[in-house]
Design a protein around this ligand. Sequence first.
Ligand SMILES: C[S@@+](CC[C@H](N)C(=O)[O-])C[C@H]1O[C@@H](n2cnc3c(N)ncnc32)[C@H](O)[C@@H]1O
Length: 253
Amino acid sequence: MASLQLSLPFSSASRFRHRPVLCANERQVLFNRIAPVYDNLNDLLSLGQHRIWKRMSVSWSGAKSGDNVLDVCCGSGDLTFLLSEKIGPDGKVRGLDFSKEQLSIASSRQELLRKACYKNIEWVEGDALDLPFSDCFFDAITMGYGLRNVVDKHKAFEEMFRVLKPGSTVSVLDFNKSTQPFTATIQEWMIDNVVVPVATGYGLAKEYEYLKSSIKEFLTGKELEELALEVGFSRAKHYEISGGLMGNLVATR
Ligand SMILES: C[S@@+](CC[C@H](N)C(=O)[O-])C[C@H]1O[C@@H](n2cnc3c(N)ncnc32)[C@H](O)[C@@H]1O
């Protein structure tokens, strides 16, 4: 893996911008590297629960039949496939990610699953911080386990705000950075004693150690709500899931 360099400081004064643990290129390398085992590890480490959380997140996005929707940081496409089923053959869903490897797995899953509605999916290689879409283009957006991984969370929100139609919603699922010491301790214990040992078995210890620091540098539910409102969303509500281990922000433009 590339050496751990810090990226340049951000110019804007927002308190939601700070120096990230890994720069964007290092994160891209990391997600390309874990792509072949990413889905298996998700199932194993969450005991399949991530599927339920992802369904909840798609439901919170408000996506409906015939909509034009976006899944930012789509990875291997879990949320994209759920969105595709939700909006049906008359809708259109784009799954966007900057990892070629993750997109290649997403695309082969699409071919393997062969569901008729999955024809409404387009995979887009691109940057969440510079979305290649015009203003007010989407009826709904999802972002699963992506926000924690982008180097500039403020910019990511600005971009999602820009491409959403007024009145439409973004649903952001991720680990919850809990303010409860007990929940935070459980989360850390699980990462140290379950996640990292299992990932070590796949030769990916370093990559999954990054998880703990990425949660530490993430925002609490309240801070996520404040960030969304600062960017211009009219409403923002963060919901804790699974005893506060996970969280989902729902923000409406
Ligand atoms: C933890 S994975 C989540 C994948 C999927 N959404 C899921 O829930 O399973 C995070 C994804 O974010 C992508 N990512 C991180 N920063 C990005 C950026 N700036 N632009 C596009 N994708 C990015 C990574 O390549 C990776 O596929």
